[in-house]
Every structure is written in C-alpha cells, then in structure tokens.
Design a protein around this ligand. Structure first.
Ligand code: C5P
Length: 220
C-alpha cells in the first residue's frame, strides 16, 4: 500500500495530537507535532530572556536551536528533551499571541517542517499543514470541537498533571489563542477546500479515531 502523507489541522485542544499519535501507531507512520516546535521556541525565548516582540531576535534564537520532534509528539532542543516544559500555561500564553505571528519565524519553521515531511508515511499536525507546509498531502483532516469541550479537556489534562489553573482561565486563554490563530496575517488557521472536517465535540477518542480511519480509507 502507498505510504500516505496525512495533514491534521485544527484549533488548540481539538484532539489533534491524540488523533495523530493513534493514527501514526496504527499505520506505523512517523509523527511530527509542529505546535511543539513553536512551543520550543517560546520556551527558549522565556529561558534566555529574548524579547518576544523582536522578530529578528527570535529568528536568530531559532538558528541556535536544533529541533528534533520525537515519535511520541515531544521535542528535543539541542539534544535535551523538553516535552513537558513546553506544555505549561506560561508557554500557552505567548506561543499563539506572539511567537507564531511573525512571518520570518514561520518561514524558518515551515522550511524545517517541509524537510521533515518530505516523504510518505508521515502524519503532521498544526494550523497550516494542509494550507502551507504540505499542500499536496494525500489526506487533509480539519479537526474541530466546541471551545467549551476543548476547555474541559485541557482543564482535565492540567489537573492530571498537577498544573494549577482554573477552568475559566483555561477557557479564556483558549479563546484568545483561537482568535490569534485565525486572525493573524501570516498563514492563519483555515480549512482548505480539499480538507475534510471532523467534529470531535461529542466523540470519544475511539470514535474520533474510527471517523478518521474512514476518511483515510476513502482516499486510498
Ligand atoms: O498545537 P499546539 O496547541 O501545540 O500549538 C501551539 C501554537 O503554535 C498554536 O496555538 C499556534 O499559534 C502555533 N502553531 C502554528 N502553526 C502550526 C502549529 C502551531 O502557528 N503549524
């Protein structure tokens, strides 16, 4: 069977990572979480006190970083695993409203992602995968879910990880990030004409997975 290139785009906490990992495991494909790459740059900017309003400084910082996405959806910066550190409320606060808005940052990220995705047998998730990074992907899934459902998922995840944040604050930040991701000038989140929408609001993880398999099977 042909090795496919699968793009999954959608808003924050829509279940992209969960779905992508399950599909990668099922097909034996590689998985690249591009959000982890933007998060890693955010973390490094926080750690090095880089001005997050200075686009050129962020591009220069990115050039000092060797980014290696791991199979489990994590990421290493210069050989050091930062998979947990990139998923904090502090990183969430800056990644969508500052770091990912800059065209030059996106250009560098897209080039890296295209190198990683330049082969079949890969699942990549993000916001601009079907539209910009892999426009010729064999399958494009646009995963959506109501913002309240997404906030509940993220809040539950934080509780499980012992991160202290209120539901109201999680909901508020998700709304801010949705707005930033959909309204930025460079490569905003949007569904391309050839992407199939999948609404995960009322689906269990298994149901979401089955629905995605049907979409992929129909493309084979
Ligand atoms: O997917 P995740 O929530 O981890 O992504 C974090 C942020 O990184 C997103 O809110 C978005 O601002 C940015 N991002 C992006 N383009 C991508 C992936 C993520 O702009 N392809």
């Amino acid at each position: 069977m042909k090795l496919l290139t699968i793009a999954i785009d959608g808003p924050a906490a829509s279940g992209k990572g969960t779905l992508a990992k399950k599909l990668a495991h099922h097909f034996g494909y590689a998985y690249v979480d591009t959000g982890a790459m933007y998060r890693a740059l955010t973390l490094q900017a926080i750690r090095t006190n880089t001005d997050m309003h200075d686009e050129d400084a962020l591009v220069a910082l990115l050039q000092t970083m060797k980014l290696e996405p791991t199979v489990s959806g994590g990421i290493r910066i210069n050989g050091i695993d930062v998979s947990n550190e990139i998923r904090t409320p502090e990183v969430n606060e800056y990644v969508s409203t500052l770091i990912s808005i800059y065209p030059k940052v996106r250009e560098s990220m897209v080039a890296l992602q295209q190198q990683l995705g330049d082969r079949g047998g890969i699942i990549m998730d993000g916001r601009d995968i079907g539209s910009v990074v892999l426009p010729n992907a064999d399958v494009k899934i646009f995963l959506i879910a109501d913002v309240e459902a997404r906030a509940k998922r993220r809040f539950k995840e934080y509780q499980q990880r012992g991160i202290d944040d209120s539901y109201e604050s999680v909901l508020e930040v998700l709304k801010e990030r949705d707005y930033a991701d959909m309204n930025r000038e460079a490569d905003p989140l949007r569904q391309t004409a050839d992407a199939i929408a999948l609404d995960s609001t009322n689906l269990s993880i298994d149901e979401m997975f089955e629905a995605a398999i049907k979409i992929i099977d129909a493309k084979q």
